[in-house]
Design a protein around this ligand. Structure first.
Ligand code: SIN
Length: 479
């Protein structure tokens, strides 16, 4: 594969310039090197995207949809190769990487479906002698900054709707995981991407993102990552008034009401909490369980967590791979210690597990009981395989505890009573609610949050709408 940047249809090698070493998250071994792009490269990418814009914006939505669909098919036929890359760079278990490739292809299909629905609207005539039309113009050149936890899916989720809307794009994958993004770009080119419509630069975020925000030609930036970085981007976007979509941190509550099917809740908790070793924005971060069932839920979750195979993502059957960095391990460890210091009990896990030939980054799936809202794990996003369980004795207190946070991305509720679920779904203050399920991700649904979890939606028609600037034309037509 190409370990180069794509700018204006040309693959730009690092040459004698600086490089970024891409390391296997499990072993720390260098698996590839890619350019560490400078501000100049970032500006060249804008130049290419600006030049390509008028032509791409003038293509028909049917042509854009065909292109996106072809790329989706290519992702599916290259599934194994792409999954191997995702696992090599981020350490994710192979089965999850394969799922990520399918999820990415779904974003291409979903944007293709929406592209052909884009249409101008003629407003109903309210006054004689004038015709009013609303036209879905593309926003223009847009930027994407994507995270390491879903390196392919998050890029597909930003690129596909941008292209469907008629925008051109400059994109920067996470420093840790640029390889699947470059493979994605290679597929776009092979499927006929016109020069400059998508440009990918790899490197440290500072100079690249500053060049994009300060330029004046980038009209929008879509970012998935931490709340802290989201705040910096909001400040940086102010001078050129760049539109933003921000998918930031999550702190999802997982509510188990007294009448819930405990077996089903445990199964969902395992899937949601331990996916990508707990490194997803929507994974349950705080378990709030009715006091009448908390003992049973805790014992069953701990038993299931203990059985999850931990190891290198390349090995068949592995469910928990490495955390992305030593800092990530330190954060989980510190949250566990803080919980113990404040009176919680580790029911299973609580430390790293040695994996031969690998770094000390494999944190055992951990369940702690007796968690309280004052503990760090109940105040901060964990981004690791830690399930802290608190209890409460009535529905209102459970929902109140769930909403006692500035974050508002996802929440989950489990109950046998549809009315109780409907009430909880109404009351939970967040963008996504899973009722009796933690498998909410869907390329056709609106994904996004509130408060410190950011704003803007990705997926389906909502995702494409983020790249449209409606133009209202009012024409006087005297008889
Ligand atoms: C995320 O962690 O931000 C994305 C999770 C998903 O789309 O399922």
């Amino acid at each position: 594969m190409r370990c180069a940047n794509l700018i204006g249809g040309r693959w730009v090698d690092p040459g004698d310039g600086p490089v970024l070493h891409v390391r296997d998250a499990a072993t720390g071994q260098v698996v590839a090197q890619v350019p560490a792009a400078t501000a100049e490269a970032a500006k060249a990418a804008i130049e290419a995207a600006s030049t390509a814009l008028p032509h791409w914006a003038a293509t028909t939505t049917a042509d854009r949809a065909d292109f996106l669909r072809r790329c989706g098919q290519r992702l599916r036929s290259d599934r194994q190769r792409l999954a191997n890359l995702i696992t090599a760079e981020g350490g994710k278990p192979l089965a999850e990487s394969l799922g990520e490739v399918d999820y990415s292809a779904d974003y291409l299909d979903s944007a293709a479906d929406e592209a052909v629905r884009l249409t101008a609207h003629t407003l109903p005539q309210r006054r004689e002698g004038r015709v009013q039309v609303a036209v879905p113009d593309p926003i223009g050149v847009v930027a994407a900054v994507t995270p390491w936890n879903f390196p392919l899916a998050m890029l597909a989720r930003k690129t596909a709707p941008a292209l469907a809307a008629g925008c051109t794009q400059v994109a920067k994958p996470a420093e840790e995981t640029p390889l699947s993004a470059l493979a994605f770009a290679e597929i776009l080119v092979e499927e006929g991407l016109p020069n400059g419509v998508v440009n990918i630069v790899t490197g440290e975020p500072g100079p690249i993102v500053a060049a994009w925000l300060d330029d004046g030609r980038v009209r929008k930036l879509s970012f998935t990552g931490s709340t802290e970085v989201g705040r910096l981007l909001m400040r940086g976007a102010a001078s050129q008034v760049v539109c933003l979509s921000l998918e930031l941190g999550g702190h999802a509550p997982f509510l188990v009401f007294a009448d819930a099917d405990i077996g089903a809740a445990v199964e969902a908790a395992v899937l949601g909490k331990f996916r990508v070793a707990g490194q997803t924005c929507i994974c349950p971060n705080r378990f709030i369980v009715h006091s009448s069932v908390v003992e049973e839920f805790t014992a069953r979750l701990a038993a299931a967590a203990k059985d999850l195979p931990v190891g290198r993502g390349t090995l068949p059957g592995v469910r928990i791979g490495p955390l992305i960095s030593d800092e990530a391990v330190d954060r989980v460890r510190a949250q566990v210690q803080d919980a113990i210091d404040r009176g919680a009990r580790v029911v299973t896990g609580g430390a790293t597990i040695a994996v031969p030939g690998c770094l000390d980054r494999f944190f055992a799936p951990t369940v702690i009981s007796g968690a309280t809202p004052s503990m760090r794990c109940f105040e901060e996003e964990t981004f690791g395989p830690l399930a802290p369980i608190a209890s409460a004795s009535d529905d209102d207190s459970m929902v109140r505890m769930a909403n006692a946070t500035h974050y508002g991305l996802a929440a989950y509720a489990f109950s046998a009573d549809p009315q109780r679920l409907a009430r909880a779904a109404r009351q939970l203050d967040c963008g996504i609610v899973g009722c009796n399920t933690a498998a909410v991700s869907d390329a056709y649904a609106p994904f996004g949050g509130r408060g410190w979890s950011g704003f803007g939606r990705e997926g389906g028609r909502w995702g494409v709408d983020e790249y449209i600037s409606w133009k209202y034309i009012c024409e006087a037509r005297p008889d």
